[in-house]
Ligand binder design. Structure first.
Ligand code: NAP
Length: 233
């Protein structure tokens, strides 16, 4: 199994859970330090490589060197830019697609020749693709596009299964850019609105990745794990 984005957050939790179930795991992301640190935290039970999903030749080399494998989990993402449409520059709007949309597209294309027929691909999206969020219009395009790709790739790449995971707010390193007090206050405010009364843990998301890898009967589906956010008033 390969986890692109496996050095942090959803990807790290997915790699850890898969190793606990006996899978042979390779994690990858851009930063050599993050790869090294994640491998240590995984008890050196995985392989690790530096890969940038926006670099197509690098992705192709990575998968060619790896050879055939069963499951691809993608959890890559860069910081979100929340800006009203009238303030967003063309470059900012275009760059919102770079890692999440084109990165995942590139990764699927580079991985395809090496994924076994009984294998699976799981992409990542987020709630802004499903819910009206002022200041996140461009991400509605990015994330809605990813969920659309999941359906069409599932039809095209059969028998390889292709699914998605759409997450609500989850306490991962992605949020560490906020000062701790602000982060905790944000999580408390969001938790109070959610039917489940808490924000997500990376382990919640890892469960979904593992489920989608293991079940042979789901394809073209995006699972929402949001603590009930889409239903909350
Ligand atoms: N956490 C949430 O609340 C939440 C909610 C909804 C959706 N999501 C989405 O879910 C995804 C994962 O979130 P997370 O919370 O797990 O984020 P995270 O902890 O920041 O992890 C992101 C991972 O992606 C890697 N990465 C970033 N750019 C890359 C690139 N160009 N090539 C290869 N790897 C790259 C990072 O490592 P390097 O820096 O070493 O590359 C890191 O391993 C993101 O797309 C995020 O937007 C998150």
């Amino acid at each position: 199994m390969v986890v692109l984005g496996g050095t942090s957050g959803f990807g790290f939790a997915t790699a850890k859970a898969a190793i606990a179930e006996g899978a042979k795991v390779t994690i990858a992301s851009r930063s050599p330090d993050k790869v090294r640190s994640a491998l240590v935290r995984l008890g050196n039970a995985a392989g690790g490589e530096c890969v940038d999903v926006t670099d197509k030749p690098m992705l192709e080399r990575f998968f060619a060197d790896l050879g055939s494998f069963d499951h691809l989990a993608i959890t890559v993402g860069d910081p979100l830019l929340n800006k009203p449409i009238m303030e967003l520059t063309d470059d900012e709007a275009r760059s919102a697609f770079e890692v999440r949309f084109w990165g995942q597209f590139n990764a699927v294309r580079a991985a395809c020749p090496h994924i076994n027929k009984t294998g699976s691909i799981t992409l990542v999206s987020g709630l802004a693709g499903q819910r009206a969020s002022p200041g996140r219009g461009i991400y509605a395009g990015v994330l809605g596009g990813i969920e659309g790709m999941v359906k069409s790739f599932a039809a095209e790449l059969r028998p390889v299964r292709v699914n998605g995971v759409c997450a609500g707010v989850v306490d991962t390193e992605l949020w560490h850019r906020l000062p701790e007090a602000e982060r905790l206050a944000t999580f408390a405010r969001i938790a109070a609105r959610l039917p489940v009364g808490r924000v997500g843990k990376p382990e919640d998301i890892a469960e979904a990745y593992l489920y989608l890898m293991k079940t042979g009967f789901s394809t073209g589906e995006t699972i929402v794990l949001d603590g009930g956010a889409l239903q909350a008033p």
